[in-house]
Write a protein that binds this ligand. Structure first.
Ligand SMILES: Cc1cc2nc3c(=O)[nH]c(=O)nc-3n(C[C@H](O)[C@H](O)[C@H](O)COP(=O)(O)OP(=O)(O)OC[C@H]3O[C@@H](n4cnc5c(N)ncnc54)[C@H](O)[C@@H]3O)c2cc1C
Length: 416
């Protein structure tokens, strides 16, 4: 079958691209291996809620219209929203269609699926950024006596072997899972590396409101000092809860979670941690204060000081005097090591030579320049700081579709 454009993936990014393709009358299909919003249905833990408020749950053509703009959607609500979006847009989604390979065929692309093949002039990869767990090398050294699980496979505390848990990683995923495991009554230790600290609310507003309104979310990939670093930054330490709770290392400590440094290795049944805990926490505190300072500056310049609460000071992260540098897993009753060390995309089906030696896609703001007609959406900091968030899909999808339309029509290509 022939079609001008194939979009792979019917998550919110692929559907947002479909919106702009339809607007431009570019015929296309959206191929999806599962159902619409598959990742939210199958790859998230049970209690997860968005950490972006409902007011930011918006896609081109449809926005959250419920009565709780400051709340945070549960997973089933996110699925319902994206499902509704697909219907609203009448997106040409072919679900239950797994793409098994994409390869170049002359000027076009051949997209093979388990339901037949497509030939397309352009292909948009909207296959998600978080398909597989990203595990550090040290995971290979874990003693076989300990259970191991990734955040990708985690669903709820009941599914874990009884006993203590070492959670590795203190971004949003790690701290949320650590808090949930601790609340279920287990002893929990969290290994903390570099992380991004943020308060849930600041001066009476959600921190995501500040990120958006102050322009931080709109910072472009070609404006930041170090785009590689920005693209690999962990998610901010936040949780979406009905109480608008601030969740951070201090609240975890208050709840009885033990903080240790970054996990460095395992030897003779002992886990080994870096001595850098204090440093990484000091750095995260410093960066948070700098970010809040940026917000204050913006509010002052925008003449909003009168409408907002007073600038707030935040307690520094409380670091134990002498956090342990090693722990005997058995003696400490640690039955499970849970890896919350990030996620990575899966390109195992991509047969176009556009990956670098680390297996990452080479692209310029989503335009795969080495293979004309190939595009990517939905990666962190793809084009903007908001790129991997739901509300960030609109601007990226519009830009990518503009470029793709020019390419298909043989017009001069806009700058990436
Ligand atoms: C734990 C977690 C919490 C998050 N919280 C928030 C939040 O609070 N707010 C927010 O805005 N964002 C959040 N995000 C980020 C982001 O919104 C999601 O990762 C989102 O799913 C990315 O959208 P996407 O459409 O790019 O990718 P996905 O939703 O992952 O969609 C990709 C689609 O491609 C399909 N696919 C993949 N490979 C193939 C193939 N070979 N053939 C056919 N189909 C394929 C998948 O089945 C999937 O449906 C969170 C992400 C994670 C992991």
């Amino acid at each position: 079958m022939r079609v001008p454009t194939v979009v792979i993936g019917a998550g919110h990014s692929g559907l947002a691209v479909s919106h702009f393709l339809a607007e431009r009358d570019i015929d296309h299909v959206v191929l999806e291996r599962g159902q619409v919003a598959n990742s939210w249905r199958t790859e998230r833990w049970d209690s997860l809620r968005l950490l972006t408020p409902n007011s930011m749950t918006r896609l081109p053509g449809l926005a959250y219209d419920g009565d709780d703009p400051d709340g945070y959607l549960t997973m089933s609500e996110v699925v319902a929203f994206i499902d509704r979006y697909a219907r609203h847009e009448q997106a040409p989604a072919m679900t239950g269609t797994t793409v098994t390979s994409v390869r170049r065929a002359g000027d076009a692309y051949e997209v093979s699926t388990d339901q037949g093949a497509w030939t397309a002039g352009s292909v948009v990869l909207a296959t998600g950024a978080f398909n597989l767990p990203r595990l550090p090398k040290v995971a290979e050294l874990l003693p076989p006596t300990v259970d191991t699980l990734t955040a990708h496979g985690y669903r709820n505390p009941q599914a874990l072997a009884s006993g203590g848990v070492l959670v590795v990683g203190a971004s949003a995923t790690g701290i949320q899972i650590a808090a949930e495991l601790r609340a279920s009554g287990r002893p929990v230790t969290i290994a903390v590396g570099e992380h991004v600290r943020m308060p849930r609310t600041y001066r009476g507003r959600d921190v995501m409101w500040w990120m958006e309104r102050s322009g931080v979310f709109d910072e472009r990939y070609d404006e930041v000092d170090d785009v590689v670093r920005a693209r690999h930054l962990g998610s901010p330490q936040l949780v979406g809860s009905p109480e608008h709770r601030t969740l951070n290392l201090n609240s975890l400590s208050d709840d009885g979670v033990r903080l240790v440094g970054r996990l460095m290795g395992f030897a003779q049944g002992r886990a080994q941690f870096s001595g850098s805990l204090r440093n990484v926490c000091t750095l995260a505190d410093l960066k948070m204060r700098r970010l809040l300072g940026t917000f204050d500056e913006w509010a002052r310049d925008a003449g909003l000081d009168d409408q907002l609460g007073e600038p707030e000071r935040h307690e520094s992260t409380r670091v134990p005097q002498a956090p342990p540098l090693t722990l005997d897993l058995e003696a400490e009753g640690i039955a499970t090591v849970l890896w919350a060390t990030g996620f990575r995309p899966d390109y195992s089906w991509l047969d176009v030579p556009v990956l670098d030696r680390k297996g990452e896609l080479r692209h310029d703001g989503g335009v795969v320049t080495a293979s004309p007609g190939l595009y990517r959406v939905g990666l962190p900091m793809l084009r903007r700081r908001k790129s991997s968030y739901i509300h960030g899909a609109e601007d990226d999808a519009r830009d990518i579709t503009d470029h793709l339309a020019a390419y298909l029509h043989g017009r001069r290509l806009p700058a990436a």
